[in-house]
Design a protein around this ligand. Structure first.
Ligand code: ADP
Ligand code: MG
Length: 251
């Protein structure tokens, strides 16, 4: 499959909550073979953008294509890890079972995981360096271990599109590095990686393209030309730019 089939084209995405616009007419293309970062202040609509493009919430207007066809007809090709506060960690399920969930879209509803799926899940756990934790309850993991388990689930799904909402909040540096290394490999294999991210200091290291949101699209493009003082200040206010982007060429 050509990797242009992994490009996501978003046209005129507008979302409201109770009549209040949270996202206004966003149009852009998320490119295959790249890691795109979504940044913007709290409440800017970053999570709403992900849910809107994935079709998980109602939009006022929305056209989203994956390759040439509507994304809504290709949901099995997408892996999504939502922002962590949204999850119930007291649910009694162990690490291996969480990773096995990744194989379900391919299995279909009436099939139970067999040897092949278990091997896939264990191999994914090995990739995130958690093979020793297979039987551990997810409630007993650190934040970093838990996020690595979700990445293992993404790997087991063998998705083409990987969408992560603030995956690095509250996790240790080792886990962050393990995850970033995996994402870079996936990107080099032509996958499309989209990450909502909080820490502006990492933007230049982690991302190829950046989307700067504040209800509207402030800027979008390659990090080198888009992650500029001017654009950061447009999104975050005048005090933010200078400290943050030291080391990034300002056009
Ligand atoms: P971000 O992820 O950038 O912090 P969100 O997409 O979560 O921002 O939220 C964007 C705006 O929409 C915020 O003002 C938030 O309060 C509001 N919002 C988000 N989800 C809901 C919801 N389910 N109902 C009402 N308002 C919401
Ligand atoms: Mg959010």
């Amino acid at each position: 499959m050509s990797i242009t089939n992994n490009n996501i084209t978003v046209q005129n995405l507008t979302v409201s909550y109770q009549g209040q616009k949270a996202l206004l007419d966003i149009s852009l293309q998320l490119a295959a073979g790249k890691i795109t970062g979504i940044i913007g202040p709290n409440g800017a609509g970053k999570s709403t953008f992900l849910k809107g493009l994935l079709g998980l919430i109602k939009a006022d207007s929305r056209t989203v294509l994956l390759g040439e066809a509507p994304i809504d007809t290709q949901k099995k090709r997408i892996a999504y890890v939502e922002q962590r506060s949204a999850l119930d960690l007291s649910f009694p399920i162990n690490v291996l079972e969480v990773v096995l969930l990744g194989t379900y879209p391919k299995l279909g509803v009436f099939h139970r995981p067999k040897k092949q799926e278990k091997e896939k899940a264990l191999s994914a756990l090995k990739t995130v360096q958690l093979e020793a934790f297979a039987k551990r309850q997810i409630g007993e993991l650190s934040g970093g271990q838990l996020q690595r388990v979700f990445i293992a689930r993404v790997l087991a799904q063998e998705a083409d599109i990987i969408v992560l909402d603030e995956p690095f909040v509250g996790i240790d540096m080792t886990s962050e590095k393990v995850i970033m290394d995996i994402l870079k490999q996936l990107k080099n294999a032509g996958k499309t990686i989209v990450i909502v991210h909080h820490d502006l200091h990492k933007v230049a290291h982690y991302f190829d393209d950046v989307v700067i949101l504040k209800k509207e699209l402030i800027a979008f493009g390659p990090v080198a030309t888009t992650f500029t003082n001017k654009n950061i200040q447009l999104a975050y206010g005048e005090t933010m730019g200078d400290i943050i982007i030291k080391g990034v060429a300002d056009a």
